[in-house]
Design a protein around this ligand. Structure first.
Ligand code: ADP
Ligand code: MG
Length: 636
């Protein structure tokens, strides 16, 4: 029986057709590790046999039928690390990354099956002890190959690296300067899923990159259990960012634009009963298994022919989020499936083989990132055209200013340019001077408005007092008859009781002059006008009550004389009690610019002051007259 064969798609060849090349399947390499000394000691049997370079035979114990699996390449336990490096196709991925593609190599398999060994070699034998070159894994070999490649390219290339682990569903930066702390995984349209605040380190030599790798490896979580003395307890992702110096970053603050080559060392699935994990180890195992389950689920759904309609739950785990592009997006992906040959591990081995065979049917749509240099966006293109047009226009203008064309000699052109520059400077100074002047005028206007308001209030108060004094004078001393206004509680602003309740224009609440426009004022204050007031005289033409009566023999009746005055006062008060007082224009500053002109008030202020004086005089004379003429029935 044979599981489905692998398609022989060659990403590099297919991608030659263009940046939006056809669908490219995930490449899968199978590596069978040798039987370990412990397994041999326990007398365990090997159940896996390679047949040719691409087929694996599984012979179940107990004599069941063989099962065959076909992959891109199958390497048994006798093959060296160098063989794996050469056969797996990682160099092709490196080339694609150099051309701007996003490439991923990830190992997959049960715990203890040799994933970490395949990628980075055996665990370090001590602090700072490097892996022997012969045992170095795919990563170290790819790094060396890449540096060699870059040197032969000739074009300047910038290299950066980041290294993170997903431990118990938390992303930790293995290259962080301080202690690793959890980092959020975010998504945006341009970058897809990415880790925020991840440290991306620029490096310039193979040695520097190896140091970064060692730093990450030593910080990565690993523990011992019965199946592996150095079992990885986290998924680790080391990413190389390869950018040509002409490429500006796509996203400010994001990683450099260009190709990516990411190495993913997954933590292995494990049966807690088999590994004997307890406590923290068991929690870690559960977390690992959960994320691997999410990965398996995504792989199954990606194989669905209707997958374009179906939703792939990449958001189910941090691992699937970060592998989303490699599995279902625009990346080029290589899977290295690792298995143990021991019969004891057969169920997990079969599970790995099935997942791996299915994974090679998953296709991605590899696409090199479009850098702004390669194809500018629409708005930039438009801007570019506009600038080119403007450039052309300016050039033609410059041509018109050609000394020969304009008949100017070199010296005169220089003079004209100096002159233009001088004019520009003068305009700038003039602008600044006018701005300063405007500010001064505005503050002066504000001041004038304030003064006008104060004076208006004073005028109003004086007129109110005058009206009240006249009224009391007419009534005489003794208890005042109840004014209908007393029924209305006086507002707090009142110093005296109100006089006119039914008219909305009470002289004690509002401008007193408004009272004289009230058609019913005779009803409220008949005595104020006296019997001599002509009945047919229009109210607006009648003098106010505080105006002294005509003295016989005088050249002109004082009531008539003061009429124009009170009309002026009325107009003034009405004007001032309006909310938007329009001040007269303040004088323009006359002095030199650096001396701030004193612009207190406008033309209205002296007018108001004069009106105020006139009102005070009127009040004084009215009160004096009131004192000298005792009301009827009283001696004083
Ligand atoms: P995993 O990462 O899958 O849990 P490891 O890579 O840690 O497994 O390997 C488990 C053990 O098996 C380690 O001691 C490792 O050195 C050893 N091992 C794995 N693959 C090989 C191999 N191909 N040759 C020799 N030893 C191997
Ligand atoms: Mg491991």
């Amino acid at each position: 029986m044979e599981e489905r064969g692998s398609p022989d798609g060659d990403p590099a060849r297919n991608l030659e057709q263009g940046p939006d090349g056809p669908e490219t399947p995930i490449q899968v390499l199978l590596r069978v590790r040798p039987m370990s000394a412990a397994e041999l000691r326990r007398g365990e049997q090997s159940v896996l046999h390679c047949s040719g370079t691409r087929t694996l035979q599984v012979s179940p114990p107990g004599g069941g039928p063989d099962v065959a699996f076909r992959f891109g390449a199958v390497l048994d336990g006798a093959r060296t690390q160098e063989d794996v490096f050469r056969a797996c196709g990682v160099r092709r991925l490196g080339d694609l990354a150099l051309r701007g593609f996003s490439c991923t190599v990830f190992t997959f398999g049960q715990t203890g099956s040799g994933k970490t060994y395949t990628l980075t070699g055996p665990p370090p034998q001590g602090e700072g002890v490097p892996v022997p070159p012969s045992l170095a894994g795919i990563m170290q070999r790819t790094f060396a190959w890449l540096f060699d490649r870059v040197q032969h390219l000739g074009a300047p290339v910038t290299l950066h690296a980041s290294y993170l682990e997903i431990y118990n569903e938390q992303v930790r930066d293995l290259l962080s300067l301080g202690a690793p702390r959890p980092l959020p995984v975010r998504w945006n349209k341009t970058r897809g899923f990415y880790v925020e605040h991840l440290r991306v380190v620029e490096f310039g030599s193979l040695g520097a990159l190896m140091e970064l790798l060692q730093m990450g490896l030593s910080r990565r979580r690993s523990s011992a259990h019965t199946m592996n003395q150095a079992s990885s307890r986290s998924h680790a992702l080391l990413t190389l960012y390869i950018s040509h110096q002409t490429m500006p970053p796509v996203d400010p603050g994001g990683p450099p634009a260009g190709g990516k080559l990411c190495f993913v060392d997954l933590a292995g699935s494990e049966k807690v009963a088999a590994t004997g994990s307890r406590g923290e180890l068991m929690l870690e195992a559960n977390s690992i298994n959960r994320s691997l389950l999410a990965l398996g689920h995504c792989i199954s759904l990606l194989l669905d022919p209707q997958r374009k309609q179906s939703h792939i739950p990449f958001r189910d785990s941090k691992l699937t989020k970060l592998l989303a592009d490699s599995l279902g997006g625009r990346g080029v992906t290589l899977m290295v499936a690792c298995v143990s040959p021991s019969a004891q591990c057969l169920p997990e081995t079969l599970s790995t083989l099935r997942y791996a065979s299915r994974a090679q049917r998953i296709t991605t749509r590899p696409q090199a990132p479009k850098s702004p240099v390669a194809k500018p966006p629409q708005h930039l293109e438009t801007e570019l055209l506009q600038l080119q047009e403007e450039n052309h226009h300016l050039r033609s203008q410059l041509g018109q200013m050609d000394p020969k064309a304009s008949g100017l000699t070199g010296a005169r052109v220089a003079w004209a340019q100096r002159n233009l520059y001088g004019m520009l400077q003068e305009f700038m100074l003039e602008n600044e001077r006018l701005r300063k002047e405007k500010r001064q005028l505005q503050s002066s206007r504000d001041l004038a408005q304030e003064e006008q308001c104060i004076l208006a209030r004073q005028v109003q108060e004086l007129e109110r007092r005058l009206l009240s004094a006249c009224y009391l004078h007419q009534l005489g001393p003794g208890p005042a008859p109840p004014c209908p206004c007393v029924m209305v509680p006086p507002p707090p602003c009142h110093a005296l009781p109100p006089l006119c309740p039914c008219c909305h224009l009470c002289p004690l609440c509002r401008a007193p002059l408004a009272l004289w426009a009230c058609p019913r004022r005779e009803l409220h204050l008949p005595q104020v006008f006296g019997s001599k007031a002509p009945a047919d005289m229009p109210l607006s033409a009648r003098p106010p009550p505080w105006v002294p009566p005509c003295s016989p023999g005088s050249a002109k009746c004082s009531r008539e004389r003061s009429h124009s005055d009170w009309i002026q006062t009325q107009v003034l008060a009405e004007m001032l009690t309006k909310e938007d007082v329009v001040p007269s224009a303040p004088p323009l500053p006359m002095g030199p610019l650096d001396t701030s002109p004193v612009l207190r008030g406008g033309a209205a202020v002296p007018n108001l002051a004069r009106r105020l004086e006139a009102l005070k005089d009127q009040i004084g004379s009215s009160l004096r007259r009131g004192r000298s003429q005792p009301p009827p029935g009283e001696g004083t």
